[in-house]
Design a protein around this ligand. Structure first.
Ligand SMILES: [Zn+2]
Length: 403
């Protein structure tokens, strides 16, 4: 458990992440003087405290890693830890769709957030209408997965569990005061907060002010982007009704949008409502002429019970087991060409990092070929690898003990 200090109090980081409204005034005072909070994950001298950035997000505040300071945190327990040598993606690529800038992320999505006519989604295929030097644009899922990785939510340090409050805090601290399609990130993008009765009115007001910025006039439609945990998708008289966790607000979606999501994100779709898994949604939201909220584009990421991304129900089962056994591990994200050969999971608490491969898909030629290629690679390098080949029982898979 990581402790943090600010404005004369020392509390668990998760307590602050789960109850941002309760600590808003103390964080605001600390943001003025001394201008930072302090992480207590390691004993440090008072002259070189492990500082944390206090970021304002809406009416509340969040703690974020101090720039270039990630390597000083406790690598085993602290979520602010980041290896000094860890290469960041596209660090020198000025045409990249997603760039890390000083105050957060600068993102160009292939979905318009501001359109002149309300009838159609103006999704452009990246590069189609662009000259040689124009900036690339990220698809929704690519953006969702990249943000998850930047926030360190694909890493597990052996904690007993992780809830939405922590996910919200880590996502928000990565997004920061960045830009989305040239607009201020916080104006057009909302990370659903954990709803808590004590903080309720504050959380509701913040969400309402995001929804109020989603407007449609005869001439123009201003859209918004929302990350939340998906609760259910149900057919209705006018298409589908999408329900999210942490809010009673409902969102409509057309048959086309839902069929496309079900087809594009099959593993996630299959596990909506399954208690062993969680499904995270990134949705582009528009207001209809009748003042309803409508999802016009949607990406889904399957996660295990602790919000670690997974590519299949078998991976969910494996990740749940690793969490239950308090292992330390990473889910490497396959975001770029060349990432295909990354393992499904990597145990980081063994003497040598150990790959875990979940060979769950049978009968797909491309998948079988990659499996053979991966097995050859592990054999050639003598790299330790644990395999699970369902339908073998997961309990029969022997994991190396933690060092
Ligand atoms: Zn720390």
């Amino acid at each position: 458990m990581t402790l943090v200090s600010f404005d004369g109090v020392t509390v668990a980081l998760t307590e602050v992440q789960d109850n941002p409204a309760k600590y808003a005034r103390a964080l605001e005072r600390a943001r003025k003087t001394p201008g930072y909070a302090v992480c207590r994950c390691l004993p440090t001298s008072p002259t070189a405290p492990l500082r944390l950035v206090i970021r304002r997000y809406g009416s509340l505040f969040h703690l974020a890693r101090w720039p270039d300071d990630g390597h000083r945190h406790n690598p085993k327990t602290c979520s602010f830890y980041r290896a000094a040598s860890q290469p960041s993606r596209n660090s020198n690529d000025t045409l990249a769709a997603i760039r890390t800038i000083a105050c957060g992320l600068d993102v160009k999505l292939n979905t318009s957030l501001s359109v002149r006519t309300v009838d159609r989604s103006t999704r452009q295929s990246s590069g189609a209408a662009s000259g040689a030097m124009s900036r690339r644009a990220a698809p929704l899922l690519g953006f969702l997965q990249r943000v998850w990785e930047e926030a360190g939510l694909n890493e597990w340090a052996g904690a007993p569990s992780r809830g939405w409050g922590t996910c919200n805090a880590q996502l928000v601290s990565v997004l920061g005061d960045g830009k989305l399609n040239g607009k201020p990130m916080q104006d057009v993008f909302h990370v659903m907060r954990r709803y808590d009765v004590a903080d309720g009115s504050c959380v509701l007001a913040e969400f309402q002010s995001f929804l109020d910025r989603i407007t449609t006039t005869p001439a123009k439609s201003e859209r918004g982007l929302l990350i939340a945990e998906l609760r259910s998708v149900e057919p209705s008289k006018y298409g589908f009704v999408v329900k999210l966790r942490q809010t009673y607000e409902t969102f409509f979606a057309s048959k086309g949008v839902i069929e496309s999501a079900a087809d594009s994100f099959k593993p996630a779709w299959a596990m909506i409502g399954d208690a062993s898994a969680r499904v995270v949604a990134l949705a582009v939201i528009e207001r209809t002429k009748d003042d309803n909220l409508r999802i016009i584009d949607l990406a889904l990421q399957l996660c295990n019970s602790a919000f670690l991304p997974c590519d299949s129900s078998f991976e969910v089962a494996m990740a749940n087991r690793l969490v239950a056994e308090r292992r330390r591990f990473v889910k490497p994200m396959r975001l770029e060409q060349g990432d295909a050969m990354l393992p499904d999971f990597r145990l980081t608490d063994t003497t040598v990092p150990t790959a875990i491969e979940v060979y769950g898909i049978q009968g797909n030629a491309q998948y079988v070929a990659r499996k053979a290629e991966k097995q050859a690679l592990y054999a050639r390098e003598g790299a330790p690898c644990v395999e699970w080949i369902p339908p073998d029982d997961l309990a029969s898979v022997q994991l190396p003990p933690a060092a």
